[in-house]
Design a protein around this ligand. Structure first.
Ligand SMILES: Cc1ncc(C[n+]2csc(CCOP(=O)(O)OP(=O)(O)O)c2C)c(N)n1
Length: 696
């Protein structure tokens, strides 16, 4: 500490404490270890102080992690990360993921100091305020340089596996001169405790994603206190077991950090660098304690930390030498990016055009015609097949037409029908395939798919049983929340799956998934609707889509004589009248998926009694909700309504009104052949007809 340092130009209590209190916490704390490189330490201190000050100003946030990981961030951003603040979306940039998103002030500070134009000092001052770019956790789309939304621990880690995988797959197609970048991740104890990171790490190890480099903030502190309260893993041993390179370093030693990164660059495996750090490094009394994790340090502690760090500047003031050094760190990206642009320009025209099309997120031409042909083929063949099977057939067409489709399944490929005939497996060392064996890792798969989608250049789809959407739900939520065009192929969508029984039979899942804002849930009723829903899912590049598909075969409902939709995708409006007349309807039967055929059978049954029923197929509620009122009124009609869905009633009230009846499930299913289950749970045309008659 310098005795004759100029007085801090601070206001109010901070000034008071720094100047008046002769026994400050800083005075009693042991001095900080001397830095190896004082310039780098000063740059790191700028990050530390910005984090302290922004959290203090917001009266909310997490100062500890940014202060603990500042040295690692400084080495990475000044010496290794390839980024260009003037072109933040440059496709061949390195990806940086802050999986421990609570420490977001570290990222905001980095983006500001390295010169991302939209991350102004003003934004840092408005940390955690309404409408600021500096949200409480990093949100993709709020500011450039934020690759994925993080905060739910483990998700960023999972995303990073998808980012690294997308890089390899695209490099195999477009060559190293166009695609050749690394994925760097910051992760915390919490990230490593969460199950999703185990799944993702295991997959990354299996695939040998050696351009993935994770810095584990090994600070032995989480919210409850020391991690030893709940965590006795040996992460190095664990990651070695996954097939990663893993080592431990001092996370405040800038040379050790740089050396570890160099070793990682030469590794043939994914890399975990466990960095021993002190949470809130520099804070005199709260460093190394849980108190520094997620609350403002307090004016006295902040003032004393400034003293201890030798940082003599008021809040949000960055001295010129530090600002210049940080700006310089952002500059090499410009020439790197321009050199890449030249390489892209020199690539064969067709390859370049294809690369740019993918980056723009444009689908290739011919999709509508291909879907129309699929529909015609189904009509001509009049098959009695499950919608999962129809989906498989549609995929055989789509994967030929849309090379950016990258499929996969969580070990249910033959059940989900997700692998198209022409798809080859993606393998360690050979990433030229388009099909990913995700293994029994639904959550890891969904998190990786978010990363693949966020990368750009590929469209991920992946399958499991609908009931196991619960295992993937946290990642589905983030896809919905951040507008990632991921496609979920979720088969075995009701009691209709039969003998596997109630453990596998979803009942509440459709309601739960429909409750999620931003997710499009499709439940097609037959092969033609399946093809139409696939087209809609593919066309929606700014939100996730989920296809709920049957295990059991269904009759073709959109055959000759039914609405054709050749010039228009009938599912595009979310719901439509499948069958009407011959006179004004007396009852409207609303249904989705496999129960549309129950509704159709009911209509015939009622017709025998001279009762006119309309059948409305409702494959996608979200799309129907978005239609003009007049269309919705016309489809729903004014006659009494009966809804049929082999799932719980929750949500159907909005379509049924006060007078409607619901035929479906009110509890869990049972293990039996499908033919026994529908009558057992009274989801039959007879029961629906009875309900309809009671409303007349
Ligand atoms: C899935 C999930 N569960 C819980 C939380 C709440 N939370 C935020 S940080 C944290 C743990 C903090 O410990 P650590 O991960 O070691 O971070 P550090 O304190 O070292 O910054 C928890 C439980 C969360 N963000 N995400």
């Amino acid at each position: 500490m310098q005795a004759n340092r100029p007085k801090l130009a601070l206001d109010g209590p901070l000034n008071h404490l720094a100047v008046m209190n002769t026994t400050t916490p800083a005075a009693t704390a042991p001095p900080l270890p001397a830095p190896r490189d004082p310039k780098l330490r000063r740059m790191a201190d700028a990050l530390r102080v910005l984090a302290m000050d922004a959290v203090e100003q917001a009266k909310s946030g997490h100062p500890g992690m940014p202060m603990g990981m500042a040295d690692i961030a400084t080495v990475l951003f000044t010496q290794f990360l390839r980024f260009d603040p003037q072109a933040p979306d440059w496709p061949d940039r390195d990806r940086f993921v802050l999986s421990n998103g609570h420490g977001c002030m570290l990222l905001y500070g980095l983006l500001h100091l390295t010169g991302y134009p939209d991350m102004t000092l003003d934004e840092l001052k408005r940390f955690r305020q309404l409408g600021s770019r500096t949200a409480g956790h990093p949100e993709r789309g709020h500011a450039s340089g934020i690759e994925v939304t993080t905060g739910p621990l483990g998700q960023g880690f999972g995303n990073s596996v998808g980012l690294a995988l997308a890089e390899r797959v695209l490099a195999a197609e477009f060559r190293d001169e166009i695609v050749d970048h690394r994925t760097y991740v910051f992760a915390s104890d919490g990230d490593l405790m969460e199950g999703v990171s185990h799944e993702a790490a295991s997959l990354a190890g299996h695939l040998g994603l050696n351009k993935l480099i994770v810095f584990y903030d090994d600070n032995s502190i989480s919210i409850d206190g020391p991690t030893e309260l709940a965590f006795s893993d040996d992460p190095l041993l664990r990651f070695h077991g996954y097939g990663w390179a893993a080592e431990r370093i001092d996370g405040h030693d800038t040379e050790a950090i740089a050396d570890a990164i160099r070793r990682a660059h030469n590794s043939d495996r994914p890399n975990l660098i466990a960095c021993r750090t002190t949470i809130a490094f520099g804070a005199p009394t709260k460093a190394g304690t849980a108190a520094a994790h997620g609350a403002p340090l307090g004016a006295a502690e902040v003032a004393a930390a400034r003293e201890r760090l030798g940082w003599d500047y008021p809040p949000f003031v960055i001295p010129e030498d530090v600002r210049t050094a940080w700006r310089a760190a952002g500059e090499p990206g410009g020439p790197l990016r321009r050199a890449w642009e030249e390489r892209l320009h020199a690539a064969p025209a067709a390859r370049r055009a294809e690369f740019l099309r993918r980056q723009r997120g444009e689908l290739p031409g011919g999709l509508d015609a291909a879907i129309a042909k699929s529909c015609d083929d189904f009509r001509a063949a009049n098959p009695r097949i499950a919608t999962r099977q129809a989906s498989g057939t549609v995929l055989d067409t789509l994967t030929k037409l849309v090379p950016e489709l990258v499929g996969g399944s969580a070990d249910l490929t033959p059940s989900n029908n997700t692998k198209a005939k022409d798809q080859k497996d993606v393998r360690r060392g050979d990433f030229s395939g388009r099909y990913i064996r995700y293994g029994v890792r639904e959550h890891g798969m969904a998190a990786a798919m978010n990363g693949i989608a966020a990368h750009r250049g590929l469209i991920p789809y992946g399958g499991t049983f609908l009931t196991f959407s619960d295992y993937a739900r946290p990642s589905i939520r983030l896809a919905a929340f951040t507008g990632l065009g991921v496609i979920y192929v979720m088969t075995h969508d009701s009691i209709g799956l039969g003998e596997d029984g109630p453990t596998h039979q979803p009942v509440e899942h459709l309601a739960a998934l429909r409750a999620m804002p931003g997710l499009y849930v499709y439940r097609p009723a037959d092969p033609v609707e399946t093809a139409e829903c696939w087209a809609l899912a593919l066309q929606r590049r700014d939100a996730p889509s989920l296809l709920a598909l049957t295990r059991q075969p269904l009759p073709l409902l959109r055959g000759d004589g039914s609405p054709r939709g050749t010039d228009r995708n009938l599912c595009a409006r979310g719901a439509y009248v499948l069958a009407e007349g011959p006179h004004a309807r007396q009852v409207t039967l609303l249904a989705t998926g496999s129960e549309v055929s129950v509704a159709s059978a009911t209509r015939e049954l009622l017709a025998r009694d001279g009762i006119v029923a309309a059948v409305v197929s409702m494959p996608c509620w979200e799309l129907f909700e978005a239609q003009p009122q007049a269309y919705r009124d016309a489809v729903l009609g004014s006659a009494p309504r009966v809804a049929i869905e082999a799932a719980v009633r929750l949500g159907w009230e909005r379509w049924l009104g006060t007078r409607g009846a619901f035929i479906g499930m009110s509890g869990f299913g049972a293990s039996a052949p499908v033919e026994a289950l529908y009558p057992h749970f009274e989801i039959t045309a007879e029961k629906v007809a009875e309900a309809a008659r009671s409303l007349l």
